[in-house]
Structures are given as C-alpha cells and as structure tokens.
Write a protein that binds this ligand. Structure first.
Ligand SMILES: Nc1ncnc2c1ncn2[C@@H]1O[C@H](COP(=O)(O)OP(=O)(O)OP(=O)(O)O)[C@@H](O)[C@H]1O
Ligand SMILES: [Mg+2]
Length: 542
C-alpha cells in the first residue's frame, strides 16, 4: 500500500489488474503443475494398476492352468479308477461265477459222496444216524433240582451245537468240571432252527425204498425232553396227546411218513397195495396192543407177548392190525392209540413218554406169480392184473380189521390163487422213552420203577448193537421186550435210521454225551447187506 501512495486511481487500477493478471497466471501455472502432477500420478497408478492386472491375469492363467492340469489329472485318475473298478467288478464277477461253479461242483460232489456213502451204508448194512439239536426252551430254565442260581444260569447256556450239517460240536467249560470240546459226525445234523419239513425231507427217500421192497425202521433216541416225540409225532397239545392235521407244518415224521406212503401208493396201479397199521407200547417191559378193542368196540390196551417164529423172526401173536385207506384214517387210529400211551409230567417236562411207542405200517403188495420178479410192462396187463387182484381183496378190505391170526387167512387165500403172491414190507416208526438221569427227572415211587425199566431197555438196545458190531454169535435180543420186538429191524432186515435227539443245554451235558456216544457206536454197526424182498417194479405208466 505504501507503493500505491501518491498514485493515481488509474495507475492503481492498472497495477491491480496487472497484479490480478499475475495472480491468475500464477494460479493457472499452479493448476497446470497440479494437473501435471495428478496426471503423472494417475499415469503411474494406472501403470502399476495395469502391471498388477497383468500380473494378476498371468497369475490367474498360471493358476487356472494348474487347476486344469489338476482337473485333467483327476479326470484321468478317475478314468483309471473307473477302469480299475470295472476290472475289479469283472474280477469279482468272474470270482463270483467261479465260486458259484465251485459251490455247484461241491454240491454235486457232496451229493455223489452222499450217494456213495449211502450205497456203502447199504452194502455194509450200516445204521444211518441223524442228529437233531432242539432249541433251548423255557423249561430248560425251570428249577429242576437243587442247583444254586449261579449254576442254574450256566446250565441254561448251550453246550451242543450243529457245527455244520454233518457235525455236532459239544463245547463246555464249567468251573469245577473238566472242559469238553468234542465233535461227532453223523449222516445229517439238524440245528435248532431246522424245521420238521427239513427233517422229513431226509427221511422221505427211505419211504421210496419201502415200496421197492425194503423194510424200514425209523427210531428216535435221546434223553428225556430232547424232542423225540416232537420229532416223531409233532407238538403235543396241553392235556391232549393227539396232534392235529391243521398244524401241518408242525407234524412229525410218523404222520408225514404215512402221508408220503399213501402218496407213493397213489402213483402205483390201484388195488395193488394195501396198508395195515398196528400201534404198540412197551411199558415196564410189557407189550401193550394200543389198538385192541373190547367187545363194545372201545379201544383199550391189551397185554401181548413177543415170540420168535421158526424162521427166527420176531412176531406178536394176536396183535391188532387195522387196514387204513388213507393218512387221515391212520391219524385217527394212532390218535386213539396215543390216548392210552403212558405219559407223566417229570421235572424235565410235562409230557414225558414213559413207554416206547412202536407204530408199524405193513404194506402188502400184490405180485402175480407169472410176473414175479419182472416188470408189469403195459397198462393193459396192469389193468388185467388189477381186476384179478380186486376180485380177491374186497374180502380183506371189508373186514377192515384183523389180528395176526385172522390176517393169516388172507395170505393163504391169495397164495392159493396160483397167479397171485403177496410181498409184505414193514415201516416201523419208534418213539423211544427217554434215557434219563433219575436225579434230573426227579421221579420217585412207581415213576422211578418206570424210569429204571426205560433205562434197562435202552441199555439192552445198546448191548444188542454192541453184540452185532462185534459180530458175536449170540445177540441178546431177548434181554428186553423192546429189543425182542425190534429184532428184525435192528438185526439187519431193515434200513434203519436212528434219529438222535439232543437237548442243547449244559444242564444235559452228560446225557447228551451219552446219546452222541450211542449214535456214534450205532453208526459203526455193520449188519451185512440189507435184504430186498423179491419184488416187481410197478408203475402206473408201465
Ligand atoms: N425242535 C423243537 N422245536 C420246538 N420245540 C421242541 C422241539 N423239540 C422238542 N420241543 C418241545 O420240547 C418238549 C419236550 O419234547 P418231547 O416231548 O418231544 O421230548 P421227548 O424226547 O419225547 O421226552 P420224553 O423222553 O420224556 O418223552 C415238548 O414241549 C416239545 O414240544
Ligand atoms: Mg416222548
């Protein structure tokens, strides 16, 4: 302002304008500089951004390449794995197929081995032994005798198992007892889950040989409560010893075998076979005819005796034989007979059989003299022969009941007719009373007497088998009525199947070992080739 003093307004204005101009110039140069600087900075930033972006894209490309390689490698790996998996699948399929082939071959070999074994059995007259292990049942836990709770718990555990379908394993280690680990081999072993169907499936082929001219005997052996009656007859209803045909799947061997026999007969020319049944029990070493009737026609057991005939066969004179036309007639009869069978509850179970039951089906086949031992070749011949046969049978069939003595008249009649002969084969079905330890069954008094008779007759049976096995000159059949009665079946004239019944519980270990020992010894008995009756082959179509 000092410099402005004394200057005219004009000059001042000029100065002011010049100053403004200068300021303007200065400002614009600052703006220009600033602009330049910003521009420069922006350029730099852009450049670095650009290089960063470039770097990023390069990195991205690198990464994506790596990823691509990885994806490719993974895809390749997957393809390889897929191929490997396919190879594995193919291998597994091949293995499965060869396993199936091996299994089939094994089954075929097993069947062949069984067939060979069967032929060997037949040639040597061996006794077939099947073994059935029943399931553990509620009464196995029941307090049978004075055992502490701890021991009781051990007792109800299993000791006998079916290791496979031919092996029984007995395994048990009880404190204070020597441990047992033993195996037993039999023709067939049934585990606790196997049904009555499965058991019968193995029995059925024997029935075919019955109609081919062989005698057959199926006998259930085992300690009390081990399932003999269940296996032979079926479950017994509470307070009623009969078995109902409605529960077919539960039926035992006796009713099923009868059904099968009648089925087989139905395939033969009509009228060429007839079936008679007898039911006896051996109680306290006495034989009772359970089909004998009093004068009012009511069934009651009559004591009979067993004798040896001149041919050396056992026979029960006056024994009642009823003719039956079908399985239900048979069931009806056997049911009636069973009402008389002695059973008592014991500490082991409620329906203990106190007698040996022997149900016998006698099958008479009509054979014509001229054709004896030959085939009936055509339907016409068969029909002609049937006509002749049916002329002779009605007399017999009308009677529908006979005893041994009255029965004798029929064969004589028939044999007198020159052309006609009869061949009789016999199916004996035996439900033995149970071998038992007196302490365990808890019996006293009369029941104790029964038990001792049961045990004596069973040991007589074991003695007979022992004597046959040792080929002794004298076989002690007559030591007991049971062995005397079963002499022909046990002694070699029949295909004999023993169905060993085993209770699996530790509680019954001693008895189970005894039964398994009996079965093992029975298998070793060689009775010589089982004889076949001279028999023609009859079939509907031939
Ligand atoms: N396989 C099985 N499955 C189911 N229950 C069974 C089997 N075996 C036996 N039982 C049952 O066990 C009990 C005893 O069986 P069973 O009467 O057949 O014995 P047992 O050997 O005949 O005895 P006993 O010698 O005293 O006459 C019965 O109640 C029967 O129903
Ligand atoms: Mg019984």
């Amino acid at each position: 302002y000092q410099g402005l003093a004394g200057r005219s307004t004009n000059e001042i204005l000029q100065l002011y304008a010049a100053h403004g101009q200068q300021m303007k110039l200065q400002r614009s140069s600052v703006v220009t500089q600033l602009h330049g600087a910003i521009k420069k900075r922006l350029k730099q930033d852009l450049k670095s951004l650009h290089s960063f972006a470039l770097e990023l894209s390069k990195d991205f490309q690198r990464q994506s390449k790596i990823c691509l390689y990885q994806v490719l490698a993974a895809v390749q790996g997957m393809q390889l794995q897929n191929e490997a998996m396919q190879m594995c699948q193919m291998k597994a399929f091949d293995l499965e197929q060869s396993l199936q082939e091996v299994t089939e071959r094994y089954e075929k070999e097993k069947q062949k081995r069984k067939a060979l074994h069967n032929s060997l059995i037949e040639l040597r007259g061996n006794i077939r032994v099947h073994c059935r292990i029943r399931p553990l049942l509620p009464f196995d836990d029941a307090a049978g005798h004075s055992v502490s709770q701890d021991r009781q718990r051990n007792f109800s555990e299993k000791a006998a198992y079916a290791a496979d379908d031919e092996t029984v394993l007995v395994k048990c280690s009880r404190p204070g007892h020597a441990s047992v680990n033993k195996t037993f081999q039999f023709e067939r072993v049934y585990n606790d889950l196997e049904s009555q169907d499965a058991v019968f499936a193995d029995v059925a082929p024997l029935l075919t040989s019955l109609l081919d001219g062989y005698n057959v005997c199926i006998m259930a052996y085992g300690q009390t409560g081990s399932g003999k009656t269940y296996t032979m007859l079926g479950p017994q209803l509470e307070g009623n010893l009969s078995f109902s045909i409605e529960e077919e799947s539960e039926l035992g061997i006796i009713p099923r075998a009868t059904q099968e026999v009648f089925r087989l007969i139905s395939e033969k020319p009509p009228g060429s076979y007839w079936v008679e049944v007898s039911v006896v029990e051996v109680y306290n070493n006495e034989i009772f005819d359970l089909l004998a009737k009093d004068s009012y026609g009511k069934v009651f057991g009559i004591k009979r005796d067993v004798v040896t005939t001149r041919e050396g066969k056992s026979d029960v004179p006056l024994l009642t034989h009823e003719t039956v036309a079908n399985a239900s007639e048979f069931l009806h009869l056997v049911n009636k007979g069973l009402q008389l069978r002695v059973t008592h509850p014991t500490l082991v179970h409620a329906h203990s059989s106190r007698s040996h039951l022997v149900v016998t089906l006698t099958i008479t086949t009509v054979v014509f003299g001229d054709n004896f031992g030959t085939l009936w070749e055509d339907e016409q011949t068969s029909q002609r022969l049937n006509k002749e046969a049916s002329c002779t049978f009605p007399q017999k069939m009308r009677d529908n009941k006979s005893t041994s003595s009255s029965r004798a008249s029929s064969p004589v009649q028939l044999e007198a007719t020159e052309k006609i002969k009869q061949v009789k084969t016999r199916l004996q079905l035996v439900d033995l009373a149970g071998s038992e330890c007196v302490g365990m069954s808890g019996v006293t008094g009369a029941a104790l007497r029964e038990t001792s008779f049961i045990n004596r007759s069973l040991s007589a049976l074991a003695d007979v088998l022992g004597a046959i096995a040792e080929q002794r000159a004298h076989i002690p059949y007559r030591n007991s009525k049971l062995t005397h009665l079963l002499q022909d079946s046990v002694g070699g004239d029949a295909k004999l199947l023993v169905m060993l019944c085993i209770s699996p519980g530790q509680k019954y270990l001693t008895e189970s070992m005894q039964s398994l020992g009996f079965g093992t010894r029975a298998r070793q008995v060689q009775r010589g080739q089982v004889k076949k009756k001279n028999f023609p082959v009859l079939s509907k179509g031939k």
